[in-house]
Design a protein around this ligand. Structure first.
Ligand SMILES: [Zn+2]
Length: 225
């Protein structure tokens, strides 16, 4: 620890965002206890036989999908993702992505490319980073799969999905993505939390329309699980 960090630590003790205990030297933002506390789902073992897969594959053909953790309202993960998205803490995305990837072997083809669900440029400008890209970065660091952050762009600005019904959500996100270049390798779409799956269905459709044969999906977490 440099004298500067020691000094900062002294006047501003580093604490876990989730449980507020003091962090150990090798911990950042979140303590190991809180990470191991997250409700790990085991869907990665059955990429074609789990809730996320059926949610999407019923509407657009994909090769496999899974979510890492269960997302509970008021839970630790919600707090962490809230900080990731609204408190300028991009590092949390990398930490969570790395943590998920370190718990399991890469279940996707080795030559896959990770593409995060993009934000509209207006939102990206405001936030400064795409939280899904940070999670993808964490996955890429551990699994050594190539990350292509600009693989998809969001061409339409959409309002929040939170208060919309399932049908409204799907309509709201139809044709909002575009592929930036032709890719001939399997693609793994990455997102933070899947709720109805509307966004991921829309992105998968866009990839299908561009003749991408193999599409996979991974999300850090799943709500309503
Ligand atoms: Zn903690």
């Amino acid at each position: 620890m440099s004298w500067f960090h020691a000094f900062v630590d002294l006047i501003l003790p580093r604490t876990c965002i989730s449980c507020t205990t003091k962090l150990l030297k090798n911990e950042k933002y979140v303590c190991l206890n809180c990470l191991t506390d997250l409700a790990f789902l085991h869907d990665y073992k059955q990429l074609k036989d789990n809730k996320i897969y059926y949610q999407i594959a019923g509407l657009v053909p994909i090769q496999g999908a899974f979510a890492g953790f269960r997302f509970d309202k008021g839970g630790k993960l919600q707090k962490l993702i809230h900080h990731l998205k609204y408190y300028q803490k991009p590092q949390i995305g990398i930490i969570l992505g790395e943590y998920l990837a370190s718990r399991i072997d890469n279940p996707f083809p080795k030559n896959s490319i990770l593409i995060p669900i993009p934000l509209h440029r207006q939102k990206l400008k405001k936030r400064g980073y795409n939280q899904a890209a940070k999670i993808a970065q964490g996955l890429s660091n551990i699994w050594k799969i190539e990350l292509f952050e600009q693989g998809l762009v969001r061409t339409k600005f959409t309002e929040t999905q939170t208060f919309k019904s399932k049908v409204e959500r799907q309509k709201n996100v139809e044709n909002i993505f575009e592929v930036t270049q032709t890719i001939k390798r399997p693609i793994v779409l990455v997102d933070d939390v899947i709720t109805t799956g509307a966004t991921l269905i829309s992105a998968s459709r866009t990839l299908k329309n561009h003749n991408i044969k193999d599409i996979y999906i991974v999300t850090l977490a799943a709500a309503n699980y």
